[in-house]
Design a protein around this ligand. Structure first.
Ligand code: G1P
Length: 294
């Protein structure tokens, strides 16, 4: 079963400047917690037990967030702020470990994934890109789009690439898959190709790669010999295209909704959607939006 997930967090977040000048974009808060926590929780809900952060020297605050903070815990305990104490102590369950490895040079997403090779070993694994938040339509604590992909991988051993339809004029911003039939929502179909950021008009479909992958350990070997591609970077997309020449790869059409928190507008949209559903703030936040009456 898939128990390990790689989260590449080394990117400098130029789309989120100036905030990302000194705050990792993954640490920007969506309502009351950093964006990265939503992604880690998505992985944990799908049964992941080890989160591997592929990180950068400027991003230590991500590791700190998932570590214990003895001074803060002691202070909260002394002040009898037990609810807050619980909230900061139980960000991830105790049986989930978070480890990190550095990506020494910005050589692309494929290279970032390869940096986790020694930690992943011979295991198959998941990759979750932290810019995109996936909000489930029918959320439960133990079932989400990622867990459906993991289950499908268990049954078929076919790599799973999560996709969603995007408007034709946005295809040049994503990896785009080629399929013979468009999958129904919540279903996987065999992929016949995948291309990184094709020109508008040249894309094989409008099904974009949203940044959730279930991949066999074999992809690490492929990545070792994958040449630089789009943007002069080692692309995960190119390694998946090579994998697809030797094994079945499937596109899984997601049910949830995506928010691209790497972009400013996507981030604001996420704050609105997660804000109105927040357990304690939601009602007041909704009233606030109505009050604005824009
Ligand atoms: C990466 C992937 C791309 C995918 C996208 C999703 O691109 O290379 O295939 O569609 O994430 O957000 P990036 O956005 O890092 O340029």
């Amino acid at each position: 079963m898939i128990k390990k997930a790689i989260l590449p967090v080394a990117g400098l977040g130029t789309r989120f400047l100036p905030a990302s000048k000194s705050i990792p974009k993954e640490m920007v808060t969506v309502v009351d917690r950093p964006a990265i926590e939503y992604v880690v929780k998505e992985a944990v809900a799908a049964g992941i037990k080890q989160i591997i952060l592929v990180t950068h020297s400027s991003k230590a605050s991500i590791e700190n967030y998932f570590d214990r903070n003895f001074e803060l815990e002691t202070t909260l305990e002394k002040k009898n702020k037990i609810e807050l104490l619980n909230a900061i102590q139980h960000i991830v369950p105790s049986d989930v470990s978070i480890v990190s490895v550095r990506q020494p040079q910005p050589l692309g997403l494929g290279h970032a994934v390869l940096c986790a090779k020694d930690i992943v070993g011979d295991d198959d694994f998941a990759v979750l890109l932290p810019d995109v938040l996936v909000k489930e339509k029918h959320a439960t604590d133990s079932s989400n789009d990622l867990s459906h992909m993991i289950e499908r991988f268990r049954q078929t051993h076919a790599a799973q690439i999560m996709v969603e339809a995007v408007p034709e004029d946005l295809v040049d911003q994503y990896g785009i898959v080629d399929v013979t039939t468009t999958p129904e929502i919540g279903q996987s179909v065999k992929m016949t190709g995948i291309v990184e950021k094709p020109a508008i008009g040249a894309a094989p479909s409008n099904l974009s790669v949203i940044g959730r992958y279930i991949l066999p350990a074999r992809i690490m070997q492929i990545l070792q010999t994958t040449p630089k591609g789009a943007g002069n970077e080692i692309q995960l997309t190119d390694a998946i295209a090579a994998l697809q020449q030797e094994a079945t790869v499937e596109a899984f059409r997601m049910q949830g909704q995506t928010f691209d928190c790497g972009s400013k507008l996507g981030y604001l949209k996420a704050v609105l959607h997660y804000g109105v559903e927040h357990a304690t703030l939601g009602q007041d936040f909704k009233a606030l939006i109505q009050e604005l009456n824009l």
